[in-house]
Design a protein around this ligand. Structure first.
Ligand code: NDP
Length: 487
C-alpha cells in the first residue's frame, strides 16, 4: 500500500470517496503488488463532479487571464519541486523506468502548465474593419470539458488536457485510465495548492463506463480522449448525441524512413527511442522502420548490438532502461503478436519473448524485439502492438517507400532520416501524418501542435493550435451609423 492516496476522486477542491462504487485496485507492474485500492465513480459521483465544474467555471472564466496563468505557472513550479515523488509514483503505477519518468512525465506536464499559463493573457479575439461598421470576435471557453486518459503517460496526459482547458477559462473533469489512477489526483492536489479555485479541476475514477458517463453527460461541453481507435469511435458517437466538441488522440502505426545517406547511428538511436521508450507503449512509435536496402545489413547489425545492451529490470533502479509491460493483459497481447509474427514468417533479430528478471517473478517483462524479413501485409506490420516490438522493412525507391508508409489507416506520426534537405521536405509533404520528425523521433515539445490524421484522431493538443479546441468564437457586428432598411 505504498501509494495509497487520501481518497479515490477529487471533487470541488478535495478528496471524495464513493462507497457505492466498485473496488478499483492498482498494482505495481514489476511485482504485481497492490499499491492502492480505490473505488470507481457511480453516476452520482460523476454528476457531483460535473456539477462542481459547472458551478466553478463562470468565475474562473471571469478571472483576469493573467491571474489564471499565474496559478497554472505556480502549479508548474510545484510539480517541478515534487518531480522525484511524482516520478516514483508514476513508475509504481505504470512500471516505466524511473530514468524516463524523471524526465518525461511530470516534467512534461509542468512544461505544459507553464507554457499555457504563459500564453493565457495573450488569447485574444480579432477586430475586423468593415469600412464604417466593424466587427470583433471574442474567444470564449467552451464551459465544462471532460478529459479521458490512457495509461501510458498518466500525469502528462492529464496535464496536456488541463493546461489549455484551464488557461482558456474552462473547467475540467478528468478520468484517468483505471490502470493508472494515481498521479491525476496529485495534479489535482498541486493545482489546489497553487490557488486554483475549487471545482475547476476534478478527477473521477472508473472504467470505460465512467468515460461513457462523461461523454454522454448533458453538463459536459467537450470531450478530449487519449486512447485507442475503437474507444475514439465510441466517444465520438456518444458525443454526437449532445453535439459536444471532441478531440481524439488515438493510436498509430507510424513509419520511420531511413534513407541511404542517413547518419546511421542517429537513425538507430531514433528507432530504439521510437520503439522501446516507455516499454514501447507510445502511440507515436515508429514501429514500421523502412531502411534503404543498401544500408539494411549495417543498420540491423548496429541495432542488434545496441538493443542487446539494453538493461531490463527494476524500474526504480536509475540504471534500468526498460521496465515491464503495464499489465499482464498487455503483455499477453504483445506475446500473441510475436507468435503471429513468427508464424507468418518474421525473422527475430533479437528479443521475441518474455524475460524473467531476478527478484521480479511476477513482472511482465518482454525483451526489446527487432523483427525483419517482413512484408507489408503481415499482422505485426499492420496493427498497433503497443509493446517493445520494432518491425524493420527495406525499400529501394523514394516513391515506393512513401506509398508504403502511407498505406495504413493510421496517420499519427512519421520520421525521416536523410542528409538531403530537399528530399526530407519532399517526403514530409507526401507523408500522411499529423506530426513528423526529420532526423529525430518522438520529441513532443509543448510549443508544437500534436495530433493525428486519418484514424489517428481529430483535433490538436499542445501549441497555439490547442487553443482552437478549447475555445469558441463569438462574432460581434458593431453598427456605427444608421440601419439601412428598405421599408
Ligand atoms: P483505451 O481506448 O482502452 O482507453 C482509453 C481511455 O478511455 C481509458 O480511460 C478508458 O477507460 C476509457 N474508455 C474505455 N471505453 C470507453 C468508452 N466507451 N467511453 C469513454 N471512455 C472509455 O486505450 P488504452 O488506455 O488501452 O491506451 C492505449 C491506446 O491509447 C493505444 O491505442 C494508443 O495508441 C492510444 N494512445 C494515444 C495517444 C495519442 O496521444 N494519440 C497517446 C497514448 C495512447 P478504462 O481504461 O478504464 O477502460
Amino acid at each position: 500500500m505504498r501509494a495509497q492516496p487520501t481518497g479515490s476522486h477529487y471533487i470541488n477542491g478535495s478528496y471524495y470517496d464513493d462507497p457505492q462504487g466498485d473496488e478499483l485496485t492498482t498494482t505495481y507492474p514489476a511485482t504485481g503488488e497492490v499499491i492502492a485500492t480505490l473505488n470507481t465513480a457511480t453516476q452520482a459521483t460523476v454528476d457531483r463532479a460535473v456539477a462542481a465544474a459547472r458551478a466553478a467555471q463562470p468565475a474562473w472564466a471571469a478571472m483576469a487571464p493573467v491571474e489564471r496563468g499565474r496559478i497554472l505557472r505556480r502549479a508548474a513550479e510545484i510539480m517541478r519541486e515534487r518531480n522525484q515523488e511524482l516520478s516514483e509514483l508514476e513508475t509504481l503505477d505504470t512500471g516505466k523506468a524511473i530514468q524516463e519518468t524523471l524526465v518525461a512525465d511530470a516534467a512534461s506536464g509542468a512544461e505544459s502548465l507553464e507554457w499555457f499559463g504563459g500564453i493565457a493573457p495573450s488569447i485574444f479575439g480579432q477586430t475586423i474593419e468593415l469600412g464604417g461598421p466593424f466587427a470583433y470576435t471574442r474567444r470564449e471557453p467552451l464551459g465544462v470539458c471532460a478529459g479521458i486518459g490512457a495509461w501510458n503517460y498518466p500525469i502528462q496526459i492529464a496535464s496536456w488536457k488541463a493546461a489549455p482547458a484551464l488557461a482558456t477559462g474552462n473547467a475540467l473533469v478528468f478520468k484517468p485510465s483505471e490502470m493508472t489512477p494515481l498521479t491525476a489526483l496529485k495534479l489535482a492536489e498541486i493545482l489546489t495548492e497553487a490557488g486554483l479555485p475549487d471545482g475547476v479541476f476534478n478527477v473521477v475514477q472508473g472504467f470505460g463506463a465512467t468515460g461513457g458517463a462523461l461523454t454522454n453527460h448533458k453538463g459536459v461541453d467537450k470531450v478530449s480522449l487519449t486512447g485507442s481507435v475503437p474507444t475514439g469511435k465510441r466517444v465520438m458517437a456518444g458525443a454526437a448525441e449532445t453535439l459536444k466538441h471532441v478531440t481524439l488522440e488515438l493510436g498509430g502505426k507510424s513509419p520511420l524512413i531511413v534513407f541511404e545517406d542517413a547518419d546511421l547511428d542517429n537513425a538507430v538511436s531514433a528507432a530504439m527511442l521510437g520503439n522501446f521508450y516507455s516499454t514501447g507503449q507510445i502511440c507515436t512509435n515508429g514501429t514500421r522502420v523502412f531502411v534503404h536496402s543498401s544500408v539494411l545489413d549495417d543498420f540491423l547489425a548496429r541495432l542488434k548490438t545496441r538493443t542487446e545492451a539494453m538493461v531490463l529490470g527494476d524500474p526504480l533502479d536509475p540504471d534500468t532502461h526498460m521496465g515491464p509491460m503495464v499489465s499482464a493483459a498487455q503483455a499477453d497481447i504483445v506475446e500473441r503478436y510475436l507468435d503471429t509474427a513468427r508464424s507468418e514468417g518474421a525473422r527475430v533479430i533479437t528479443g521475441g519473448s518474455r524475460v524473467n528478471v531476478d527478484g521480479f517473478a511476477d513482472g511482465r517483462f518482454i525483451a526489446p524485439t527487432v523483427l525483419a524479413d517482413l512484408t507489408d501485409d503481415m499482422t505485426v506490420v499492420r496493427e498497433e502492438v503497443f509493446g517493445p516490438v520494432m518491425s524493420v522493412l527495406f525499400f529501394d525507391e523514394e516513391a515506393e517507400v512513401l506509398s508504403r508508409a502511407n498505406d495504413t489507416k493510421f496517420g499519427l506520426a512519421a520520421g525521416v532520416f536523410t542528409r538531403d534537405i530537399q528530399r526530407a521536405h519532399r517526403v514530409v509533404a507526401g507523408l500522411q501524418a499529423g506530426t513528423i520528425w526529420i532526423n529525430n523521433y518522438n520529441l513532443t515539445p509543448v510549443e508544437m501542435p500534436f495530433g493525428g490524421v486519418k484514424s489517428s484522431g481529430i483535433g490538436r493538443e499542445n501549441g497555439l493550435a490547442a487553443i482552437d479546441h478549447y475555445t469558441q468564437i463569438k462574432s460581434v457586428f458593431v453598427e456605427m451609423g444608421d440601419v439601412d432598411a428598405p421599408y
